[in-house]
Design a protein around this ligand. Sequence first.
Ligand code: SIN
Length: 290
Amino acid sequence: MSDLRIVPSSAPVGAVVENVDLSTALDDATFAQIEAAYAAHAVLIFRDQALTPEQMIAFTRRFGDIERYLRTHYAHPDHPEMLLISNIVEEDRNIGLADAGATWHTDMSYVKVPPRGSVLYAREIPVQDGPPLGDTLFASTGAAYDDLSQATKDLLDGRRTTHSYEGKHARRAALGKSNRKPLSAEERDALPPTDHPVIRTHAQTGRKCIYVVDGECVGISGLADTEAEPLLSDLAARCTRPEYTYSHHWQVNDLVMWDNCLVQHLAIQDYALPQRRLMWRTTIEGTAPA
Ligand code: SIN
């Protein structure tokens, strides 16, 4: 039996997993304990991991196939299944996606089959006089659902909303939080608006969660826009209440993985060059939201 230890945070999501070395091939019993902790806590934190890209990719593959990110020019040069998130500029070019996660979101909720989870590994973390900058916040969409009134749960049961990638980035640009070019016609065709349930049922645990992202969702099936729009804003705001949130203060060599149904996340961009931040990200394939 492994001596792996799970230490939950004081928030509704997040747990530190101790006494495990992710660079090794985990035996099935240890992996089953990690899977169970992932289902229970939605965000797992592994400190002090020394990983090569191959080892991070192998760990991610234990959970399912790897989904590649659509903007391939930010892929790791030798590992196309790994996305670089970074503010570092080399030869006049950002080596990674610089504005990832600048507003609350869940990864790729604007595609038909969004990823089950995402894995982020800290290679360089900005610091100011000691403390780290560039925290990532994770908020429980399950706790937000649990606290809805029964009347709202009944009203939303079986209803759908439309997620729009273009809408999301237009909103981020309006807030001054995006440096991305407007979508090309090709990208627009590849990313049409997509419908998902407003209340999503977690594929592994059956837990219900609010699946609404601020600025990305439009309309609710069967409701007039005058009722749907304020309801969507309220649902999105509920998901990210401080009492549902765990804040991760990064250290180099932390690996953090999260569940894209059970949490939304936000990257705090409170640093700038010469403070450098470099993360490797892999993404686990999911199933269509139900
Ligand atoms: C993301 O949204 O995947 C990026 C999170 C981060 O860089 O902290």
